[in-house]
Design a protein around this ligand. Structure first.
Ligand SMILES: C[S@@+](CC[C@H](N)C(=O)[O-])C[C@H]1O[C@@H](n2cnc3c(N)ncnc32)[C@H](O)[C@@H]1O
Length: 251
Protein backbone atom coordinates (compact mmCIF):
# COMPACT_ATOMS: atom_id res chain seq x y z
CA UNK A 1 0.00 0.00 0.00
CA UNK A 2 1.35 3.41 -0.98
CA UNK A 3 0.03 5.90 1.59
CA UNK A 4 0.12 9.49 0.52
CA UNK A 5 -1.19 13.00 1.22
CA UNK A 6 -0.53 16.17 -0.77
CA UNK A 7 -0.90 18.17 2.49
CA UNK A 8 1.97 18.08 4.97
CA UNK A 9 -0.39 18.99 7.87
CA UNK A 10 -2.21 15.66 7.39
CA UNK A 11 0.93 13.53 7.74
CA UNK A 12 0.45 12.90 11.46
CA UNK A 13 -3.17 11.77 10.93
CA UNK A 14 -1.94 9.28 8.31
CA UNK A 15 0.78 8.10 10.70
CA UNK A 16 -1.92 7.54 13.33
CA UNK A 17 -4.02 5.50 10.86
CA UNK A 18 -0.95 3.49 9.85
CA UNK A 19 -0.33 2.55 13.49
CA UNK A 20 -3.96 1.96 14.49
CA UNK A 21 -4.65 -0.40 11.61
CA UNK A 22 -1.19 -1.90 10.98
CA UNK A 23 -1.14 -0.55 7.45
CA UNK A 24 1.97 -1.69 5.66
CA UNK A 25 3.39 1.22 3.76
CA UNK A 26 5.16 0.41 0.50
CA UNK A 27 7.12 2.42 -1.99
CA UNK A 28 4.99 3.98 -4.76
CA UNK A 29 6.50 1.63 -7.37
CA UNK A 30 5.85 -1.58 -5.42
CA UNK A 31 2.30 -1.00 -4.26
CA UNK A 32 -0.80 -2.31 -6.04
CA UNK A 33 -3.11 0.04 -4.12
CA UNK A 34 -2.82 3.65 -3.00
CA UNK A 35 -4.43 5.29 -0.02
CA UNK A 36 -4.64 9.03 -0.56
CA UNK A 37 -5.77 11.50 2.08
CA UNK A 38 -6.95 14.86 0.75
CA UNK A 39 -9.81 17.32 1.25
CA UNK A 40 -12.33 14.53 0.52
CA UNK A 41 -10.92 12.31 3.26
CA UNK A 42 -9.21 8.93 2.89
CA UNK A 43 -9.59 7.34 -0.53
CA UNK A 44 -8.45 4.04 -1.99
CA UNK A 45 -7.27 3.67 -5.59
CA UNK A 46 -6.09 0.66 -7.51
CA UNK A 47 -2.88 1.98 -9.01
CA UNK A 48 -2.84 0.29 -12.40
CA UNK A 49 -6.57 0.86 -12.97
CA UNK A 50 -7.23 4.52 -12.07
CA UNK A 51 -10.44 4.49 -14.10
CA UNK A 52 -12.02 2.21 -11.52
CA UNK A 53 -12.29 5.31 -9.34
CA UNK A 54 -11.79 5.80 -5.66
CA UNK A 55 -13.40 4.07 -2.74
CA UNK A 56 -14.14 6.14 0.33
CA UNK A 57 -16.67 6.10 3.14
CA UNK A 58 -19.05 9.04 3.09
CA UNK A 59 -21.99 8.96 5.48
CA UNK A 60 -22.59 12.71 5.18
CA UNK A 61 -23.25 13.33 1.49
CA UNK A 62 -22.98 9.98 -0.31
CA UNK A 63 -25.53 7.39 -1.43
CA UNK A 64 -26.08 6.16 2.13
CA UNK A 65 -26.95 9.69 3.25
CA UNK A 66 -29.56 9.81 0.48
CA UNK A 67 -30.86 6.40 1.52
CA UNK A 68 -31.19 7.58 5.14
CA UNK A 69 -33.53 10.35 4.05
CA UNK A 70 -35.47 8.63 1.27
CA UNK A 71 -34.80 4.90 1.69
CA UNK A 72 -38.10 3.63 3.06
CA UNK A 73 -37.30 3.47 6.80
CA UNK A 74 -38.60 0.49 8.73
CA UNK A 75 -40.31 -0.94 5.65
CA UNK A 76 -36.89 -1.82 4.17
CA UNK A 77 -35.96 -5.48 4.00
CA UNK A 78 -32.91 -4.99 6.25
CA UNK A 79 -35.09 -3.33 8.90
CA UNK A 80 -37.56 -6.23 8.82
CA UNK A 81 -34.68 -8.71 8.95
CA UNK A 82 -33.31 -7.32 12.23
CA UNK A 83 -36.82 -7.00 13.68
CA UNK A 84 -37.21 -3.20 13.59
CA UNK A 85 -40.69 -3.58 12.11
CA UNK A 86 -41.83 -5.33 15.29
CA UNK A 87 -41.38 -2.14 17.29
CA UNK A 88 -38.09 -3.31 18.81
CA UNK A 89 -34.88 -1.31 18.40
CA UNK A 90 -32.27 -4.02 18.74
CA UNK A 91 -28.60 -3.67 19.56
CA UNK A 92 -26.60 -4.99 16.62
CA UNK A 93 -23.14 -6.42 16.25
CA UNK A 94 -22.15 -6.09 12.60
CA UNK A 95 -19.43 -8.74 12.45
CA UNK A 96 -18.44 -8.05 8.81
CA UNK A 97 -18.64 -4.26 8.67
CA UNK A 98 -16.96 -3.50 5.31
CA UNK A 99 -17.68 0.12 4.35
CA UNK A 100 -20.33 0.36 7.07
CA UNK A 101 -23.30 1.02 4.80
CA UNK A 102 -25.69 -1.51 6.29
CA UNK A 103 -24.58 -0.53 9.80
CA UNK A 104 -25.31 3.13 9.00
CA UNK A 105 -28.79 2.26 7.72
CA UNK A 106 -29.51 0.40 10.97
CA UNK A 107 -28.00 3.16 13.13
CA UNK A 108 -30.10 5.78 11.32
CA UNK A 109 -33.19 3.85 12.47
CA UNK A 110 -32.08 3.96 16.10
CA UNK A 111 -30.00 0.78 16.53
CA UNK A 112 -26.76 0.92 18.50
CA UNK A 113 -24.26 -0.84 16.26
CA UNK A 114 -20.78 -2.18 17.01
CA UNK A 115 -18.83 -2.78 13.81
CA UNK A 116 -16.07 -5.37 13.42
CA UNK A 117 -13.71 -5.16 10.46
CA UNK A 118 -10.54 -7.21 10.06
CA UNK A 119 -9.08 -5.84 6.83
CA UNK A 120 -6.61 -3.05 7.70
CA UNK A 121 -7.37 -0.87 4.70
CA UNK A 122 -11.15 -1.27 4.91
CA UNK A 123 -11.01 -0.54 8.65
CA UNK A 124 -8.96 2.62 8.00
CA UNK A 125 -11.45 3.81 5.35
CA UNK A 126 -14.33 3.12 7.72
CA UNK A 127 -12.60 4.84 10.64
CA UNK A 128 -11.97 7.91 8.50
CA UNK A 129 -15.59 8.01 7.27
CA UNK A 130 -16.79 7.73 10.86
CA UNK A 131 -14.51 10.59 12.01
CA UNK A 132 -16.00 12.85 9.32
CA UNK A 133 -19.53 11.78 10.25
CA UNK A 134 -18.86 12.34 13.99
CA UNK A 135 -17.94 15.96 13.21
CA UNK A 136 -20.94 16.70 11.01
CA UNK A 137 -23.40 19.17 12.59
CA UNK A 138 -26.47 17.30 11.29
CA UNK A 139 -25.65 13.64 11.96
CA UNK A 140 -22.56 13.82 14.22
CA UNK A 141 -24.29 13.43 17.55
CA UNK A 142 -26.31 10.31 16.80
CA UNK A 143 -23.55 8.68 14.74
CA UNK A 144 -21.19 9.12 17.72
CA UNK A 145 -23.66 7.57 20.09
CA UNK A 146 -24.65 4.71 17.81
CA UNK A 147 -21.70 3.51 15.69
CA UNK A 148 -18.45 2.17 17.14
CA UNK A 149 -15.70 0.43 15.20
CA UNK A 150 -13.60 -2.43 16.59
CA UNK A 151 -10.65 -3.47 14.43
CA UNK A 152 -10.03 -7.21 14.36
CA UNK A 153 -11.43 -10.55 13.26
CA UNK A 154 -14.90 -11.52 14.42
CA UNK A 155 -13.62 -15.07 14.73
CA UNK A 156 -11.76 -13.78 17.81
CA UNK A 157 -13.93 -10.82 18.78
CA UNK A 158 -17.22 -12.76 18.87
CA UNK A 159 -15.69 -15.47 21.03
CA UNK A 160 -14.31 -12.85 23.46
CA UNK A 161 -17.35 -10.52 23.52
CA UNK A 162 -18.28 -9.22 26.98
CA UNK A 163 -21.85 -8.33 25.98
CA UNK A 164 -24.74 -10.00 24.16
CA UNK A 165 -26.12 -8.09 21.20
CA UNK A 166 -29.76 -8.71 20.29
CA UNK A 167 -28.72 -9.26 16.69
CA UNK A 168 -25.51 -10.41 15.01
CA UNK A 169 -25.43 -9.25 11.39
CA UNK A 170 -23.24 -11.02 8.81
CA UNK A 171 -22.54 -9.95 5.23
CA UNK A 172 -19.36 -11.73 4.14
CA UNK A 173 -17.86 -11.23 0.68
CA UNK A 174 -19.24 -13.44 -2.05
CA UNK A 175 -18.27 -13.56 -5.76
CA UNK A 176 -20.41 -10.87 -7.43
CA UNK A 177 -22.39 -10.85 -10.63
CA UNK A 178 -23.41 -7.22 -10.29
CA UNK A 179 -24.41 -5.51 -13.54
CA UNK A 180 -24.52 -1.79 -12.69
CA UNK A 181 -21.32 -0.15 -13.95
CA UNK A 182 -20.64 1.93 -10.85
CA UNK A 183 -21.17 -0.93 -8.40
CA UNK A 184 -19.16 -3.19 -10.66
CA UNK A 185 -16.15 -0.85 -10.59
CA UNK A 186 -16.29 -0.43 -6.84
CA UNK A 187 -16.79 -4.15 -6.27
CA UNK A 188 -13.77 -4.97 -8.41
CA UNK A 189 -11.46 -2.80 -6.34
CA UNK A 190 -13.00 -4.08 -3.13
CA UNK A 191 -12.88 -7.71 -4.21
CA UNK A 192 -9.24 -7.40 -5.30
CA UNK A 193 -8.41 -5.91 -1.92
CA UNK A 194 -10.39 -8.19 0.39
CA UNK A 195 -10.89 -11.36 -1.70
CA UNK A 196 -13.71 -13.74 -0.84
CA UNK A 197 -14.27 -14.45 2.82
CA UNK A 198 -13.59 -18.19 2.53
CA UNK A 199 -13.83 -18.69 6.29
CA UNK A 200 -17.27 -17.08 6.59
CA UNK A 201 -19.14 -20.35 7.27
CA UNK A 202 -17.39 -20.73 10.60
CA UNK A 203 -18.69 -17.34 11.80
CA UNK A 204 -22.27 -18.61 11.97
CA UNK A 205 -21.92 -20.90 15.03
CA UNK A 206 -20.16 -18.09 16.99
CA UNK A 207 -22.87 -15.64 15.93
CA UNK A 208 -25.70 -17.99 16.90
CA UNK A 209 -24.19 -18.50 20.32
CA UNK A 210 -23.79 -14.78 20.97
CA UNK A 211 -26.98 -13.21 19.59
CA UNK A 212 -29.74 -13.11 22.19
CA UNK A 213 -32.51 -12.69 19.58
CA UNK A 214 -31.38 -13.50 16.06
CA UNK A 215 -28.62 -13.74 13.47
CA UNK A 216 -29.17 -12.08 10.10
CA UNK A 217 -27.09 -13.14 7.09
CA UNK A 218 -27.15 -11.07 3.90
CA UNK A 219 -26.59 -13.16 0.76
CA UNK A 220 -26.79 -12.56 -2.98
CA UNK A 221 -29.90 -14.32 -4.33
CA UNK A 222 -27.76 -16.94 -6.12
CA UNK A 223 -25.74 -17.94 -3.03
CA UNK A 224 -26.36 -20.98 -0.87
CA UNK A 225 -27.00 -20.78 2.87
CA UNK A 226 -24.09 -19.81 5.07
CA UNK A 227 -22.60 -22.93 6.64
CA UNK A 228 -25.32 -24.88 4.73
CA UNK A 229 -27.70 -24.05 7.56
CA UNK A 230 -31.35 -23.50 6.69
CA UNK A 231 -32.65 -20.23 8.21
CA UNK A 232 -35.86 -19.81 10.24
CA UNK A 233 -37.12 -17.32 7.63
CA UNK A 234 -36.01 -15.37 4.58
CA UNK A 235 -36.66 -11.82 3.44
CA UNK A 236 -35.99 -11.31 -0.24
CA UNK A 237 -35.12 -8.21 -2.27
CA UNK A 238 -34.43 -7.92 -5.99
CA UNK A 239 -30.82 -9.10 -5.81
CA UNK A 240 -30.24 -10.14 -2.21
CA UNK A 241 -31.90 -11.98 0.55
CA UNK A 242 -31.64 -11.85 4.31
CA UNK A 243 -31.53 -15.26 5.96
CA UNK A 244 -32.80 -14.91 9.51
CA UNK A 245 -31.91 -17.42 12.25
CA UNK A 246 -34.20 -16.84 15.22
CA UNK A 247 -32.93 -17.58 18.75
CA UNK A 248 -35.78 -15.83 20.61
CA UNK A 249 -38.77 -13.61 19.86
CA UNK A 250 -37.98 -9.94 19.37
CA UNK A 251 -40.22 -8.61 22.17
C1 LIG B 1 -19.31 -7.58 1.80
S1 LIG B 1 -18.37 -6.67 2.93
C2 LIG B 1 -19.59 -6.02 4.02
C3 LIG B 1 -20.33 -4.85 3.47
C4 LIG B 1 -21.15 -4.14 4.51
N1 LIG B 1 -22.29 -4.93 4.92
C5 LIG B 1 -21.59 -2.78 4.05
O1 LIG B 1 -22.82 -2.52 4.06
O2 LIG B 1 -20.74 -1.95 3.69
C6 LIG B 1 -17.61 -7.87 3.95
C7 LIG B 1 -16.56 -7.32 4.89
O3 LIG B 1 -16.46 -8.20 6.01
C8 LIG B 1 -15.11 -8.28 6.41
N2 LIG B 1 -14.96 -9.54 7.15
C9 LIG B 1 -15.14 -10.79 6.68
N3 LIG B 1 -14.93 -11.71 7.63
C10 LIG B 1 -14.62 -11.02 8.76
C11 LIG B 1 -14.29 -11.41 10.09
N4 LIG B 1 -14.22 -12.70 10.46
N5 LIG B 1 -14.03 -10.43 10.99
C12 LIG B 1 -14.08 -9.13 10.64
N6 LIG B 1 -14.37 -8.70 9.38
C13 LIG B 1 -14.64 -9.63 8.45
C14 LIG B 1 -14.34 -8.21 5.11
O4 LIG B 1 -13.00 -7.80 5.34
C15 LIG B 1 -15.16 -7.20 4.31
O5 LIG B 1 -14.67 -5.90 4.48
Amino acid sequence: MYIHTPFEENRSYLDTLTKLFNLSALDVNEAEFQLVYDELGLQLFKKDEPKLGAIRVDFVTGAVAHRRKFGGGKGQAIAKAVGLNKGAVPTVLDATAGLGRDAFVLASMGCKVVLHERNSVVAALLYDGLQRAYQDPEIGEWVQSSMRLEFGSSHDLLAQAQWRPDVVYLDPMFPHREKSAQVKKEMRVFQDLVGNDQDADTLLPFALQLASKRVVVKRPDYAGFLNDKTPSMQIKTKKNRFDVYVNAAMK
